[in-house]
Write a protein that binds this ligand. Structure first.
Ligand SMILES: Cc1ncc(COP(=O)(O)O)c(C=O)c1O
Length: 399
């Protein structure tokens, strides 16, 4: 794969947290920082050039998602998209509810990213009702469990496409069919699936879908929300009428242009990227299992059930955070949970929801491989992780 890795010797195995910007993507972005700096709302040529770039980006993303360009709202990333999807649909439903109606109800899951989870919890504190559906022991939420949680007053179902910690792929198409049958809008946080799984909104049954560019070799701070035409939603951000009045604020032109280029490349490389990652990930798993026989894999096994770049393991007796610091000193960057919870020593809400005992949650490490990783790096990582685990266990007096 193309050489776009970190400039130092770091073995970067945290691609679920973020990816480097692809050089081809950077090249198409650069002019929009300098000579093509116009504001897309300005009517003179410089502004219209920027406007045309937005139109082109919107068109190319729409083609990949199989939607109309007018159904895309550009945002500052998936956190904003997720918040908009949940709050926008909930508030819209509330404003059209009668005085004696039950509070609008949202069905989501206990394994969502905090962008969905915390948005749902805020709505709960504001008087909305929310059901957080639990996953099975593999971290997969069943369509039946989602169906059972639906009530007459349910106004939204929100389920992620693939989990950011375990890579567990959720049955979104099945859930989408259930939601459609009952006339309930269905939101998919597709952040981690981009680059690996099909994103055509009709195929996966999405009425709303969130993406963020920096997970597929695009820039940080830019994302989108697909909103199917006719979905009842109250837009949240007032301002200068950009995005057809749906999201005020001068558009991040270089970011949006970059997101479109990154998504095009991700779509084009999807099969090769998936195969490359699966090969690396499987080698990492085999090597670690051989070196650490009591290692436990968190999340499902099998190519249909887990993202090809994700490996989440618990090493009994080895604190994940301690291991991460040692790995960092040895030049390996990994994660002990989702990046957004780093610095927070609460055990992962995802692993807990799967029923993992607290000590194993705390002993868990996530490795997510990417385009630039090589087999040599993986072999080196196997040795480093085994040594680090043995050292920590030795210090703790664990055999
Ligand atoms: C599943 C999922 N949803 C949402 C987000 C939020 O994305 P951003 O931080 O780019 O807004 C992330 C980021 O880690 C994620 O993994």
């Amino acid at each position: 794969m193309s050489a776009i890795g970190a400039s130092d010797d770091t073995i970067y195995l945290d691609h679920a947290a973020t990816t480097p910007v692809d050089p081809d993507v950077l090249a198409v972005m650069l002019p929009y920082f300098s000579e093509r700096y116009g504001n897309p709302s300005s009517i003179y040529r410089l502004g219209q050039e920027a406007h045309a770039a937005l139109d082109q980006a919107r068109g190319s993303i729409a083609e990949i998602l199989g939607c109309s360009p007018a159904e895309l709202v550009f945002t500052s990333g998936a956190t904003e998209s997720d918040n908009l999807a949940l709050a926008g649909v909930a508030w819209q439903r509330q404003s059209s509810a009668g005085l004696n109606d039950a509070p609008p109800h949202i069905v989501t899951t206990a394994i969502e990213h905090h962008a969905v989870l915390h948005a749902a919890q805020l709505l709960e504190r504001r008087g909305f009702a929310v059901t957080f559906v639990l996953p099975d022991a593999d971290g997969v939420v069943s369509a039946d469990a989602v169906a059972a949680a639906i009530r007459p007053e349910t106004c939204l179902v929100s389920v992620m496409y693939a989990n950011n910690e375990t890579g567990a792929i959720q049955p979104v198409a099945e859930i989408g069919a259930i939601a459609r049958e009952r006339g309930i809008p269905f939101h998919i946080d597709a952040v981690q699936a981009a680059g690996f799984l099909p994103l055509r909104v009709d195929q996966i049954g999405a009425d709303l879908l969130s993406l963020t560019a920096h997970k597929f070799y695009g820039p940080k701070g830019v994302g989108l929300l697909f909103v199917r035409r006719g979905t009842p939603i109250e837009y949240q951000q007032r301002g200068g009428g950009q995005e057809d009045g749906r999201r005020g604020g001068t558009e991040n032109v270089p970011g949006i242009v970059g997101m479109a280029a990154a998504l095009e490349k991700a779509a084009w490389l999807r099969e090769a990227y998936s195969a490359h990652c699966a090969g690396l990930r499987d080698r990492l798993l085999d090597g670690l299992r051989e070196a650490i026989p009591d290692l436990i894999v968190n999340g499902p096994l099998g190519p249909e059930r887990r993202l090809p770049n994700n490996l989440n393991v618990a090493i009994p007796g080895v604190q994940g955070e301690t291991a991460l610091l040692s790995l960092d000193m040895e030049g390996v960057a990994a994660s002990a949970g989702s990046a957004c919870t780093t610095g927070n020593s609460e055990p992962s809400h995802v692993l807990r929801a799967m029923g993992l005992p607290e000590e194993l949650c705390r002993a868990s490490l996530r490795f997510t491989v990417g385009r630039d990783n090589t087999m040599n790096e993986i072999d080196e990582t196997i040795d480093i992780v085994s040594d680090v685990a043995a050292r920590i266990r030795g210090l703790a007096g664990v055999a």
